[in-house]
Design a protein around this ligand. Structure first.
Ligand SMILES: Cc1cc2nc3c(=O)[nH]c(=O)nc-3n(C[C@H](O)[C@H](O)[C@H](O)COP(=O)(O)OP(=O)(O)OC[C@H]3O[C@@H](n4cnc5c(N)ncnc54)[C@H](O)[C@@H]3O)c2cc1C
Length: 318
């Protein structure tokens, strides 16, 4: 079996695409897991996106605790003779995967950028050394526990006629001794760069916080309206909140259009936006690294280029 689990619906759907490919090669089936929610329509949706079976795990868990979730998955893995476990690579997913692998005394690959079968072995790729190299790793024993970040795989086309089983099971786990003392919600301005289709991003080429208006104006005339930034803008200068930060240690994005203004294109920034569709770079330095990752390059002063671009797009779009 190939098990798929993530707290995020979108990520589960993306992972189901890869799980379906692996299941074909390994001549097995896919199972999506839902923990704590009795939601038949969600289960049907997972079937439409490739799950052969959905296990709805009934539990009265009040809060997420990785050790209890690892216990639940451990039982499912043993009951279903699972070969591969794909887990969404968010904060909780990474903790869950490593605890699960520890319990099962097997290997674990975090943040895979590809998963496939080579020479009969489950193989995964990871970006290492700040994006300068790709590490190819293979599992020698089963099951293989792998986490995959969002946007690595596209969902397969939805097929509402697809048939699959929905099974409700009682959660089997040992109560953890740990206590969640406090849960504080992160205050966000509702920005979600990871799902944005158009991003206008800025970097240290900006001289003042007020100049972000130039980026905002361009984002405004484009339908996406989302602005991103390099690390110094969010982490050092704090001109924008961290939810706009793109890169290795920020958000990974995959928009159809990424406009980078005044960003040098260091590998740590590229690591977060290299999967973008069309990349347009604006930089006054013709030798800036960003041009190597761009489809279109404008060599010029962003203070002159951005207003002209905004006006031109405004005129074109009426
Ligand atoms: C472990 C680690 C993790 C990191 N993670 C991230 C990350 O997630 N995201 C990230 O972005 N960085 C990250 N960094 C930092 C990264 O290495 C770079 O320092 C950073 O991306 C540089 O940001 P920048 O391009 O905005 O600034 P700079 O490198 O200072 O570049 C500014 C650019 O603006 C151009 N410019 C200046 N004025 C103008 C103008 N008027 N018009 C047009 N162009 C102009 C310059 O030619 C230059 O190319 C990380 C670093 C480390 C060590």
């Amino acid at each position: 079996m190939i098990l798929v689990y993530s707290e995020s619906k979108n990520l589960t759907i993306e992972l189901l695409h890869k799980a379906t490919d692996l299941a074909k090669e390994l001549k097995t089936k896919t199972i999506a897991i839902i923990i704590g929610k009795d939601d038949d329509s969600l289960a049907q949706e997972y079937i439409a996106y490739g799950a052969d079976k959905v296990l709805q795990v009934e539990s009265n868990l009040e809060q997420y605790k990785a050790e209890e979730y690892a216990d639940i998955l451990d039982h499912i893995i043993k009951d279903t003779k699972t070969q591969v476990v794909l887990i969404g690579s968010d904060k909780n997913g990474k903790e869950l995967a490593s605890r699960l692998a520890g319990r099962l005394d097997i290997g674990c690959i975090i943040d895979a950028t590809n998963v496939y079968i080579k020479d009969g072995k489950v193989t995964a790729e990871r970006v290492v050394y700040s994006g300068n190299a790709i590490s190819v790793e293979q599992f020698n024993s089963a099951p293989s526990v792998i986490t995959v970040p969002s946007k690595v795989f596209d969902p397969s086309p939805k097929d509402d006629k697809r048939k699959g089983d929905i099974e409700k099971v009682k959660a089997s786990f040992e109560k953890s001794a740990s206590i969640v003392a406090n849960v504080a919600e992160l205050q966000s301005g509702g920005v979600n760069v990871e799902d944005a289709e158009i991003i206008v991003s800025c970097g240290r080429g900006m001289k003042n916080k007020e100049d972000l208006k130039l980026v905002n104006d361009l984002a405004e005339v484009l339908k996406g309206k989302t602005i991103g930034c390099s690390r110094p803008i969010a982490a050092d200068l704090k001109w924008l909140p961290e939810e706009h930060w793109i890169g290795l240690s920020g958000h990974k994005v995959k928009p159809k259009l990424y406009i980078a203004a005044g960003i040098s294109g260091q590998i740590q920034h590229i690591a977060g936006m290299r999967d973008s569709g069309v990349v347009v770079a604006i930089n006054k330095d013709a030798d800036a690294l960003i041009f190597k990752s761009a489809d279109y390059g404008i060599v010029g002063d962003l203070y002159k280029v951005l207003p002209k671009l905004t006006e031109a797009i405004k005129a074109k779009m009426g």
